[in-house]
Design a protein around this ligand. Structure first.
Ligand code: UTP
Length: 301
């Protein structure tokens, strides 16, 4: 049974500077809801009751967001805004949320290693704190169902077009069905020619406790960090690993363009914004035809 979730949210978010100088990127709102709230809700909607969030320097806002705020609750009650009072209170009661600090940014593998004592000898799900996935059945639930079938580590994957293959960790192996593959090969950011498939690792994992031994043995890799993909390569030779192509759409808010696209897409689906926003977008895109953009800082994604 998978009962615990780990949400790494300690990264520096350098692709989103200067917004992330003092503010966690995981708290960047998609309209009015911080990204990490969607991630926590996905875990809770999947039946997870225990969540460990890996935070770091400058990430206090995440802890405060999932804590009670009695002053705000009292204020909302006074103003007869009970619906908001309930919504704010619910954030603190959704699950047992724990926090641990990653003191040095040593990569995703190291962030996950911080869960070692919390998860003990149980399998656990990992949800990246800067990535929302929307689907009819929560993706974490889909992964848990596959785990219950295979009893091994499960990597959530999506298929990526050929021209984007070189941005992802790509998996190769033996297809069990259109959606499931036993993993025998893993290449970080391959050229389309070297890629063994178009299955890309995508922000959700179920890992067995054996991953901690693999992380221990993983040398520093790209950016001098402990990369989870390198640890998974070690694990792959010891245990079965299944790749599962989930049903759902992924929104990575860690880079500015995808964040903007996500905000617009989510807003267009909200009744109060759909019509005025569509009209506004038509108006400004009409005016901008033929013009090119000018940035305000270094381009970093
Ligand atoms: P990213 O690689 O996208 O995050 O990690 P980053 O390092 O903050 O991004 P940039 O490249 O500097 O802009 C995906 C998730 O893993 C967490 C991040 O917080 C993010 O939610 N992470 C990453 C950690 O918790 N610790 C790390 O050392 C690295």
């Amino acid at each position: 049974m998978v009962k615990k979730a780990v949400i790494p949210a300690a990264g520096l978010g350098t692709r989103f500077l200067p917004a992330t100088k003092v503010q966690p990127k995981e708290m960047l709102p998609i309209i009015d809801t911080p990204t990490i709230q969607y991630v926590v809700e996905e875990a809770v909607d999947s039946g997870i009751e225990d969540i460990l969030i890996v935070t770091g320097k400058g990430k206090r806002a995440i802890e405060d967001h999932f804590d009670r705020n009695f002053e705000l609750e009292a204020h909302l009650q006074e103003k007869n805004q009970e619906a908001w009072q309930d919504a704010i209170r619910r954030l603190a009661d959704m699950a047992n949320i724990h926090f641990i600090r990653q003191k040095e940014m040593n990569g995703l593998g190291d962030a996950i290693d911080h869960a070692r004592h919390h998860t003990g000898d149980e399998p656990f799900v990992v949800l990246l704190g800067d990535t929302v996935i929307r689907s009819a059945i929560p993706v974490t639930r889909q992964l848990i169902d596959i785990y219950e079938q295979y009893g091994c580590s499960i990597l959530g994957v999506e298929t990526v077009p050929r021209e984007k293959i070189s941005r992802y960790g790509i998996l190769g192996g033996n297809r069990i069905s259109g959606h499931i593959m036993e993993v025998t090969d893993m290449i970080e950011k391959p050229s389309p020619e070297e890629a063994p498939s178009n299955f890309a690792i995508a922000a959700r994992y179920i890992l067995t406790p054996e991953i901690f031994r693999a992380i221990e043995e993983t040398p520093r890799g790209k950016n001098n960090e402990i990369q989870i993909t390198d640890a998974l390569k070690i694990l792959m030779h010891r245990e079965k690993i299944i790749a599962y192509k989930f049903e759902g759409k992924r929104y990575d808010i860690g880079n500015k363009l995808d964040y903007l696209k996500t905000t617009i897409e989510f807003a267009l689906e909200r009744e109060e914004f759909a019509a005025p926003l569509t009209a506004f977008l038509r108006e400004i895109t009409g005016k901008r035809k033929g013009k090119t953009g000018a940035g305000s800082g270094p381009v970093n994604g």
